[in-house]
Design a protein around this ligand. Structure first.
Ligand code: SF4
Length: 372
């Protein structure tokens, strides 16, 4: 039996099968006002009508700026906040995890990995104690000797060997990369079906990020888990994820195969994200240095939420929210540029000119939710 097999106790979905699904998920937070009279009440529209499917053995990137709602969305999938609207579906069943056993079951299937590994450990507990706590919760019937063996296996799965070199240490005695590996080992103790990795390498040195991403990829493939990779770094999405969804001001604005989304972005916001990412190979004059500030989510812009920052905004953009347009094989964008009319065609020509693309994109086909 391999080390991975020792801690896999859950029936796995077939590779490529839908495991966790958000259907029209919406989250509003009330930020001020009298809770009884509702006077002065203001609402943050943090996540608005987001649908996304995570598949077994597959990595999906969720990309956006800080404050775009992507971390809130991950927490909604983990049932850490109640939904305002929509539903989360786990293997075909609507999740109802408000508390008690159903909540515990859900959080053991769907594990969050957070950005700051130091903040997620008890500073006065050894690594052995931290891992033992997780093993006790998820392997109740195991004997003390079996628990020790499971801890060694978990550390082996995240390539921390020999285990004794790590179990006696305290968090401050380990590097950020080692601690992030241990937080992944702790998540593995629950034998999850889904990892929600929220900026898992952002706080690590550049030199060790690749190792942690490769570890997550290996675990995703070996254990057939579905992985949501939440990041502000669209360049890493291309390398790491099969699919990429782009979030802006609480809404998904583009989705598709990662290679397609990062190499042939359709939505002006995705294009600006890519253009503003550091890339020494790109000509300085082609870089977009200032992409402005994200809007307030208390009073988001009307129509397309990106219109105050968009170089291609047309009159209709501030009046009517764009539908999804299928722009390429499996790729869609919520943008009026892909409407089939002369004004949109002129916008697409301007778009191709700004980004130095030889070819002008074609109009898209409006598609209902669920078709792509
Ligand atoms: Fe820009 Fe209009 Fe497309 Fe929004 S819908 S991204 S404002 S062109």
């Amino acid at each position: 039996m391999t080390t991975a097999e020792m801690t896999v106790t859950r029936d796995r979905a077939e590779p490529g099968a839908a495991v966790l699904e958000a259907r029209h998920v919406t989250k509003e937070f009330v930020v001020r006002g009298n809770p009884f009279t509702r006077r002065g009440r203001r609402v943050v529209h943090a996540v608005d009508d987001v649908s996304l499917v995570l598949y077994a053995g597959r990595i999906t990137a969720l990309v956006g700026e800080s404050g775009s709602g992507k971390s809130t969305f991950a927490r909604l999938l983990a049932a850490l906040h109640p939904l305002t609207g929509g539903e989360v579906v786990y293997r075909g069943e609507v999740v109802d995890a408000k508390g008690g056993k159903r909540f515990r079951d859900h959080v053991s299937r769907v594990q969050l990995i957070l950005q700051d590994p130091f903040g997620s450990f008890n500073p006065v507990a050894t690594i052995a104690r931290t891992l033992l706590r997780a093993v006790r919760i998820h392997h109740k019937a195991a004997s003390p000797a079996q628990r020790r063996s499971i801890i060694e296996d978990l550390l082996a799965q995240v390539s921390l060997r020999p285990a004794a070199q790590f179990t006696r240490k305290y968090p401050h005695e380990l590097s950020g990369g080692q601690l992030q590996r241990i937080s992944i080992a702790r998540a593995l103790a629950a034998d999850p079906d889904v990892f929600l990795a929220d900026e898992p390498v952002s706080s690590l040195d550049v030199s060790i990020r690749l190792g942690v991403l490769n570890l997550l990829r290996r675990l995703t493939e070996e254990r057939r888990v579905a992985l949501l990779y939440v990041t502000h770094d669209i360049a890493s999405a291309r390398y790491f994820a099969a699919d990429t969804a782009v979030m802006y001001a609480g809404q998904l604005v583009e989705h598709g195969d990662s290679e397609q989304v990062t190499q042939n972005a359709a939505h002006p916001y995705t294009q600006l994200l890519i253009a503003s990412a550091p890339d020494p190979s790109r000509a300085v004059e082609n870089r977009v240095r200032d992409i402005g500030q994200p809007p307030s989510l208390i009073d988001p812009p009307s129509g397309c939420r990106f219109h105050p920052r968009c170089p291609f905004a047309m009159a209709r953009c501030s009046e009517e929210a764009p539908p999804k347009f299928a722009v390429d094989d499996g790729q869609w964008a919520r943008c009026w540029l892909y409407a089939d009319d002369d004004e949109a065609a002129a916008g697409r020509a301007q778009n191709a000119d700004l980004y130095g693309r030889g070819e002008i994109r074609r109009a898209g086909r409006p598609v209902p939710d669920g078709e792509l």
